[in-house]
Design a protein around this ligand. Sequence first.
Ligand code: DHE
Length: 492
Amino acid sequence: MRRWLLVLPLSLCWTLAVATDAPRLFQQHCAACHGKDRLGGTGPALVPENLSRLDPAKAARVIDKGRAATQMPAFGDRLHAGEILALAHWIFTPPGRSLAWGTDAMGASHKVFRTPAQLPSAPVFKADPLNLFVVVESGDHHVTVLDGDRFEPLARLPTHRAVHGGPKFSPDGRFVYIASRDGWIQKLDLWSLQYVAEIRAGINTRNLAVSGDGRWVLVGNYLPHTLVVLDALDLRPVRVIPVRTGGKGSRVSAVYTAYPRHAFIAALKDIPEVWEIPYGGAQPPGGGIRRIHSDVFLDDFLFDPGYRHLLAASQDGRTEVIDLDSGKGIARLQLPGMPHLASGITWDYRGRPVIATPNLKQGVVSVIDTTTWQVIKRIPTLGPGFFMRSHEDTPYAWTDVFFGPDRDAIHVIDKATLKIVKTLRPAPGRTAAHVEFTRDGRYALVSVWAMDGALVVYDARTLKEVKRLPMVKPSGKYNVYNKITRSRGTSH
Ligand code: DHE
């Protein structure tokens, strides 16, 4: 009935849109979930800065039909087409004031569900607590906690909308911190399988990192331009660090923990700088920030195995190596397309540490010698890929082909020869992506990335399937032991 919504000329759409009182409609129908100020609540913020993945036509479709497996209902039976168009256009107009999310707003969202005294002194299950997997089911916004020996779910818990990036663990592996794109941070106790606390630390959040001493969580935001320090115990906000240099603000591309340096490292998207933020002193992190100049605007990075160097990529396709000790760029690499460094992994090849990275724009895995910073091999794949994984105790590195006709393929690469030895297709015709190993490296778990998807468990030696668990669009999965020991085969 409303197909015409999508085919109307833009000028007519706009006439319809302005003729309707969109702000009033918003307060009447949307504000309860998306916030009176459009900065979000249970639903995401509806301001242009937060809507880069939509356009007005797609937004109109969502308002009309709702969004499957979310709390977003269909408004097609309550609003006429002109009203839907008006709303869809209006949310793309600037809100007319600076977008702030300070400690008052954070404090109002902060909830502590359980104090340390209310948590059990031992796991409530018999499984190995260090061989659990936290599996993000992005289709209906849940995480499943999986026993990594029996491959049986122990619990399935709701998350906030659009969890993105790897959840991060406390150093002992008991707690996991989960970030959603809408700024929500949740702390989950894996021993009791219950949430401990939650807070909304930003309007649009990039990712989070946990300090090596387990005391602090640092949240990197796109919106507003802040880094937020939370107390890891109960997620209480303790410091907001404005991300500004010389009057210019920046989005945070990503923040990670550089463990041997006792510091967080944040890359900035709109200012050519990397920030080293030390922790471990008497005060919460945020003082004594070291600003390292970079020649490029950094979008994505990873550390070398010693955490001394940072390999970073910019949006314009340049890749730079920065020596964190001297604060200088020491090499430029010629990597085609757009390497996805956050998913890069490392291992030793012929006695030298190498970094291997998939590529979001080209069908290639690049292997880089970290002693010479030369690309020593370009392994052609069936298409651009998103994620890569291995383990110290497996001879293979696994990578997906996320884009294109072969998106159902997973390549298995021999780490000794740098050749693809097998291509698996866990569910022909459906996207297969993101691999993670059990703590002993014997099994590899792969996601079939679909609403009626699955987690497929492979024997990592024979490359044969051993189990398949139905899941709702599973995306990333994270093994406690591999994460807390910072396995070279996984992301940090
Ligand atoms: Fe991600 C991790 C950036 C789109 C799923 N992604 C990350 C990290 C960064 C990043 C910086 C590392 C954070 C961490 O783990 O702490 N992602 C980006 C982008 O810039 C990009 C291309 C565009 C964007 O919208 O932000 C992007 N990412 C996506 C997706 O479209 C994916 C496939 C689906 C989704 O959930 O949005 C996606 N990204 C993931 C996942 C991880 C991730 C599952 C964790 C990887 C891991 O194993 O650690």
